[in-house]
Design a protein around this ligand. Structure first.
Ligand SMILES: C[S@@+](CC[C@H](N)C(=O)[O-])C[C@H]1O[C@@H](n2cnc3c(N)ncnc32)[C@H](O)[C@@H]1O
Length: 298
């Protein structure tokens, strides 16, 4: 594995999910009414459904905002989010609430299908330089779209990929910043084979000891941007493949139905939709053809 060492900046410490900063301080209580107000706000803006069991999680993830803004209650915090005309408070709220668990090579069957079946089929059909568009919708900190990029590079060795793009979006600005940096603790790349780690990552030295960085040829295939999946999709061209895995699990059936139909609209004919292994399109009204569990075709 090649090495990298650049700049003087240290890695910023990533806060543990769900942990309140300043351990030892007393956490303010959250009433049912306050929880309902906040969960309603999150639902309206991000489609994320927070059942009553999530009350403690909401309290622990939002307490830091009450402290930093010296607010006495969650109601005051709710009012502050509503009053903020910049929209920044809402972005911070959604950043704190969304769950971003992800991994390289997560749910391997999808990547095996992509590399061994789908890409060879797409390749047979294309006579010129491939002009494919992929989308990782709800990409979190980048492991999913970077895995797609590695599968592409591996399957298409020595082919011209200049007209191939993997678009990768998320609602959470913090994970998007991490994704854009493309720097991960060494332990994160363990699911990848030693050969792929060598081929597609540089190992950090000095202050970056214990970290790896995705190589430029992987990074340049991926373009990150913020998109709330509840909003209008801004795309002018259709996609060949959409991955939306472990995202719809946080949405209610009606929201899932709308989203799946929006995905259908922005896929090319015969385009593919991949969803998470714990998700299903059963009980959803849609026009996709079933290919394999969690894989669908337009
Ligand atoms: C559990 S992660 C899944 C990451 C990746 N797809 C995977 O399977 O490993 C779910 C992601 O969906 C994002 N998300 C949740 N609601 C969203 C919304 N309304 N619009 C866009 N992204 C959303 C979250 O911020 C989070 O990063």
């Amino acid at each position: 594995m090649a090495h990298f060492a650049w700049g003087k900046t240290r890695q910023t410490k990533v806060e543990q999910e769900g942990s309140a900063p300043g351990l030892g301080l007393i956490m303010p209580d959250i009433t049912d009414a306050e929880f309902n107000q906040l969960s309603q706000l999150v639902y309206q803006h991000a489609g994320i459904h927070l059942p009553p069991q999530k009350k403690e999680l909401v309290r622990s993830r939002l307490t830091k905002f009450l402290r930093s803004r010296k607010l006495a209650s969650f109601h005051e915090y709710y009012q502050a989010v509503l009053k903020d005309t910049t929209g920044l408070e809402l972005i911070n709220l959604l950043d704190a609430i969304s769950t971003n668990m992800t991994a390289f090579w997560r749910e391997p069957k999808h990547f095996e299908f992509l590399g061994q079946e789908l890409l060879p089929t797409l390749q047979q059909k294309c006579k010129r330089t491939p002009q494919w568009r992929f989308w990782s919708a709800g990409c979190s900190s980048g492991e999913e779209p970077y895995t797609m990029a590695m599968v592409l590079l591996n399957a298409m060795a020595n082919k011209d990929l200049t007209a191939v793009k993997i678009y990768a979006s998320d609602i959470n600005t913090q994970v998007l910043n991490q994704a854009q940096r493309g720097i991960y603790p060494l332990s994160r790349v363990e699911p990848l084979s030693p050969e792929w780690r060598r081929r597609y990552f540089q190992k950090g030295v000095n202050q970056f000891e214990g970290y790896v960085r995705v190589k430029p040829e992987v990074k340049q295939l991926v373009e990150f941007f913020r998109l709330n999946l509840m909003d209008h999709f801004p795309f002018k061209q259709e996609f060949d493949v959409i991955f939306c895995r472990n995202v719809m699990i946080y949405f209610e059936k009606g929201t899932q139905t709308e989203l799946v139909n929006k995905f259908y609209q922005c896929l090319k004919p015969n385009g593919y939709l991949f969803i998470g292994h714990s998700e299903s399109l059963c009980n959803i009204s849609h026009q996709f053809a079933y290919v394999k569990p969690t894989i669908y075709r337009k």
